[in-house]
Design a protein around this ligand. Sequence first.
Ligand SMILES: [Zn+2]
Length: 451
Amino acid sequence: MRALLLGLDCVPPALAFDRFAEAMPNLSALRARGLSGPLRSVMPPITVPAWACMTSGRDPGELGVYGFRSRPRDRGYDLRLVRSTDLRAKRVWDRLGEVGRSSAALFVPPSSPPTPLRGVMASCFLTPGEGAAWTFPRAKGAEWEARFGAYHADVRAFRAGDLERIFGELHAMTAQHFALARHVWSEDRPDFMAMVEMGPDRLHHAAWDHLDPASPRYVPGTEWEARGRGYYAALDAELGRLLDAVGDAAVIVASDHGARACEGAFAVNDLLRREGWLALRETPSAPRPLREVVDWPRTRAWAEGGYYARVFLNVAGREPEGALPAAQTDRATAELRQLLLAEGPPGTLVASPTELYGEVRGEAPDLLAIFGDLAWRSVGTVGHHAIASRDLPAGVDGANHDWDGVVVMSGGPFGRGAIEASLFDVGRTLLGLFGVEAGPGWRGKDWSETT
Ligand SMILES: [Zn+2]
């Protein structure tokens, strides 16, 4: 038994299974002979926690990973990028290695720095750049770069708006990743290979308003709409070549989350300031990063922006310059929850980590808030003219993440038909394919057993 997991970051059913399906004959054929449907992401539906959960069977609280960045262990205010070594849970390739199976883990977030496994690894889009180790074993990096050129971990500055340059980098990155994957599959011969392609996510964040008629900023029929469809066609052609290489292996194609049009920006820190939770040293004349102007000793709560808001209490004795007495944390949490629900657009969801997760590790936020069921983006900068605005501020692109990605499971023991699956099912099913007992705490359903 050999198996392939092809991760396509940020691909929603509305594109891969519908509007762009004709541009994806290989994916459509794979669907026709397997199981397929929407794949429910996690809360929060963000790349790093989502792939970490899919490949470890643990939820974001159990992993202590709540976004791309984490607060430091001392609960200081500055965030740092998540590192692969932050994850203490075993991932699919670790479990397979324990039973003597080899794996290739290519570009699967978070995998920087690359970590030892029974097999080979190429680190993900968080690879810090030239000179950084990006492979395990380390010598593979030089070998692969001699064959495939300097490693393209990501598209640079994909929100910069120069679409000609961005499309060039997208196609080059995707072609390199798939060429490397085909090479590894046939030369290293892993029992299991996982590969994650970030290209669709970068396309969406660069050009969503050209691709989606439901976007309030949609301009129909531009060159970039055709070129976006062309990127999906190129992705599908790469899928076809990879499927030819893997032959009769079991194949899972999965996305960590979907994408949808961003309808507006919610300036959560301006709301906290208006309501007296957050204090600034000066009043900005234009939006500024919070840390440039915040007055920590007079701030009782602040939020990090992104597709969702992480709201933190600034607790005396817990945070370095905490202002909220520890005895008031429960009352403050309840008041902030009411405030966010009252002021957020319809469909706003506010929850505490203990309500969402089986365990709460790491530097968890005190509340997590999704605005307008992911139609609205949370902005962390402060000094906006309005708390809720349909005019997107600089730096906010037209694509938001959405709850549902796609999944296709084909070959091996898989039957055919429409399914609705959870992101956790993917890792669980991969273990099932190799007859590995998931063990206690590993979430999800094994679709290799049920068909
Ligand atoms: Zn993603």
